[in-house]
Design a protein around this ligand. Sequence first.
Ligand SMILES: *Cc1c(COP(=O)(O)O)cnc(C)c1O
Length: 420
Amino acid sequence: MLQIGKVRCDELLKACGSPLYVYDETQIEKKVEDYQTYFKSENFDTEIVYASKAFTCVALLEKLNAYGCSIDVVSGGELSIAKKANFPSENIYFHGNNKLNDEIIMALEYGVKTIIMDNMYEVDQVIHLAEKLKKEVHVLIRVNPKVEAHTHEFIMTATSDSKFGISIDQKDDIKEMIAKVNDSEYVVFDGFHSHIGSQIFEEHAFVAAIDKMIAFIKEMGEPTSVLNIGGGFGVRYTDEDTPIPTKDLCIKLIEAINQSLHTHDVQLDKVCMEPGRSIVGEAGYTLYEVGFTKKTQNKEFIFIDGGMADNIRPALYDAKYACDIANKMDQAKDYTYEVAGKCCESGDIIIHDAKLPKVETNDILVVYTTGAYGYSMASNYNCLNKPAVVFVKDGKARQVVRRETYEDQLALNEEKELQL
Ligand SMILES: *Cc1c(COP(=O)(O)O)cnc(C)c1O
């Protein structure tokens, strides 16, 4: 029987029902400690900003705060979880390419320290609202460095058709943004941000983007204290994925930053990075109970009691996962199965050609590395209830998010006449 954090998977399901998201707290802590220990330099301060869109809940944010991490949020919803966790507002960064007035007001009222401005249009909006509420806020400008990374390769893109950020070539527009901010009473310009993609395995793309950004800072000639190099560090989903260990990655990035600062004769007060997936991805496991198995002409299916509603990534990006039968960890994997969810979509296959021991009804299927973009992208498709989330550590387990109920879903069916 597989144990996670020294807790048996069957006992977790007995206590919390199936399907279930399980996080090994020790794995999260180890990642955070590595980032905090090795992303350090004598030449500038550093800050680890967790990208909370990967997975957020009160218990996780409390833990990250205890470890001295900051977070970024992309919506009023993510901010409201941060508020519920009493996350210190001075350690929150607010991102997004289309922040709503109400969201900016909410951020200013909570005292969010930094807003990352995504485009020209946002400058006036943020200045206006900060003045109206008489709230000071710092800003970074998100620059598209035109280094695009696709997992194992990266390209310097000739055009900039990303929906995020302002192109590194639009220097006059960026200067105008900074001038407007500098003229304003409540908004303070701190520096720049860039983020080049996700699930990236090699440091070369990051190094190229860092060097482009630091050269750009020199060329701009504006007093700049902060550079945020974004996130996107890859994790291991299957044996084909070979991420660089966090320690080595941090050391390489710090080296690259120092080298580039030296080359371009630039000084910075602080460099931030924004890991999301790499902090929670591998620490997360999803447990399912197996229902029926079915043979077709060429395939054998096993049906699980969840699927694309709790993990959309295989259907959305053709993402690959590894799995085991948690109650048959010692058996040879002599069979090949399609692991199919219970949603009404032919594409609801979590894993193709999974090698497993002979599977039977009531077996427990564990899917690995589901900690990032699983729960946070979960839906109520087919009106499935979102699973509970448990944290396990040293033989103890605690529920941190309860399972959704039919009543939760039914509560939204509320009719009323509209006053137009
Ligand atoms: C999504 C995102 C991240 C985190 O990406 P991961 O691949 O989860 O590390 C960091 N910064 C920004 C701006 C993002 O949009």
